[in-house]
Design a protein around this ligand. Structure first.
Ligand SMILES: *[C@@H]1O[C@H](CO)[C@@H](O)[C@H](O)[C@H]1NC(C)=O
Ligand SMILES: *[C@@H]1O[C@H](CO)[C@@H](O)[C@H](O)[C@H]1NC(C)=O
Length: 389
């Protein structure tokens, strides 16, 4: 019978307690001694753990929860299918015919036309470096900007305001603007894909036709000029090919790895080609340029970007936006969001823990950067201090 069983059990506890507490107490003192008994039964350290340790643990998980899940990522997520990396050959004194042949491709009589299309936010300097790098090979620059960030904040039309800085591209520029939708609390990726669809239309307005090359990449993913020259001159290149770029953070002082792959080049097909920033094929052309993330001149640009970009959820605490903290993080090569490396194996996570080591090499960087060192000094090794305005 359950009732009897329950009664028996509580009887048993009392017995044990009496054993621990010694002889039978008087009826009046019974409740008192029960309490003392209960306290004695409890280890004081257990109480300490309960009232101090547990809240501390909860606080620790609250502050570092993201780190814990990222560290355990190899357990719950397997790495994506690896790319087929295509070896990339280049030397300035090897003829284009020989370069194409080295890749197993033939050479064309005329180069293809090249369209470079970007969604623009506020990265004016990086855009200037990008367009100068690509200028000799691009037929049409296509740029779309919105008065909304991906996170739905109002932003000025920075390109429109600074258009004079890009006079050299004006005759080949198709520029468009789009009004933000300003939907509160929406996933930033929705506004981002809305803007990419609009960019598709703008590319058609720019006059692209079948077999023209279309570069799909963020502004800060800069293909090297010779890579685009190769792809426009060679026949038999893949219809779609991703570009492997060297990943830098904050400037060309902090070289992270060569794992950037989102940029891609497409042989345009009307009705088929869609502007996208995700993986579209397995082919990846090695060593094809630079990806400079968070490479900004002013601390205020960092704050803007942290609030504006699609991973705004990574700003978990308001002090992440504190200017002196940001300056300190930049100079150490540490992580702005205090996150662990996004890797798929424990070995790689551990190898990348801590700040990015400095590089002292400014060899093989975009030409326009080195030709204008006074203006772009903050992007070069040894210049991590930023303008505070
Ligand atoms: C490349 O060729 C030019 C002229 O053909 C020559 O002046 C130059 O020294 C060569 N450069 C290298 C790195 O071999
Ligand atoms: C954004 O741009 C659209 C289209 O140009 C305009 O109608 C709208 O008023 C703008 N919104 C803000 C907040 O500036």
């Amino acid at each position: 019978m359950p009732e009897a069983g329950y009664y028996n059990n509580s009887k048993k506890t009392d017995d044990i307690c009496e054993d621990v507490c010694g002889e039978q107490a008087s009826k009046a003192a019974l409740s008192m001694s029960r309490l003392r008994c209960a306290l004695r039964g409890f280890d004081f350290r257990a109480l300490l753990i309960l009232f101090i340790g547990v809240p501390l643990l909860i606080l620790f998980i609250y502050v570092h929860g993201q780190k814990i899940t990222y560290f355990l990522r190899p357990l719950w997520e397997s790495p994506p299918k690896p790319f087929t990396v295509i070896p990339h050959y280049y030397h300035e004194n090897v003829s284009m015919e020989n370069l194409c042949r080295l890749h197993g491709w033939g050479i064309r009589e005329n180069p293809r036309r090249v369209f470079d299309a970007v969604l623009f936010s506020n990265e004016l300097d990086i855009l200037e470096i990008r367009w100068n790098e690509l200028s000799p090979y691009v037929s049409e620059f296509v740029l779309l900007e919105s008065n909304s960030t991906f996170t739905g904040l109002v932003k000025p039309l920075y390109f429109a305001k600074n258009r004079r800085q890009f006079e050299f591209a004006e005759s080949r520029l198709t520029y468009g603007t789009i009004g933000g939708r300003f939907v509160k609390g929406e996933n930033p990726f929705v506004e981002e894909s809305y803007q990419r669809v609009a960019l598709d239309q703008l590319i058609r307005i720019a006059g692209i036709t079948d077999d023209d090359l279309l570069i799909m990449s963020d502004v800060d993913e800069i293909p090297s000029g010779h890579t685009i020259d190769l792809l426009r001159w060679c026949d038999d290149i893949p219809d779609k090919i991703h570009l492997q770029l060297r990943n830098y953070l904050y400037s060309f002082e902090f070289y992270l790895d060569d794992r950037s792959w989102r940029a891609s080049v497409h042989k345009y097909r009307a009705g088929r080609t869609r502007y996208a920033h995700f993986r579209q094929t397995d082919d990846l052309l090695a060593d094809s340029g630079w990806h400079c993330s968070f490479c900004f001149r002013r601390i205020s640009d960092f704050v803007f970007k942290m609030k504006a970009y699609s991973h705004v959820d990574r700003v978990r605490f308001a002090y992440f936006l504190n200017p002196s903290r940001i300056q300190d993080v930049i100079c150490r090569g540490a992580d702005l969001f205090d996150m662990l490396p996004e890797e798929y194996t424990f070995q790689e996570i551990i190898a990348k823990l801590g700040p990015i080591p400095r590089t002292f090499s400014a060899v093989r960087l975009p030409g326009h950067l080195l030709k204008n060192v006074e203006r772009f000094r903050y992007l070069l090794p040894g210049n991590c201090r930023r303008e505070s305005g």
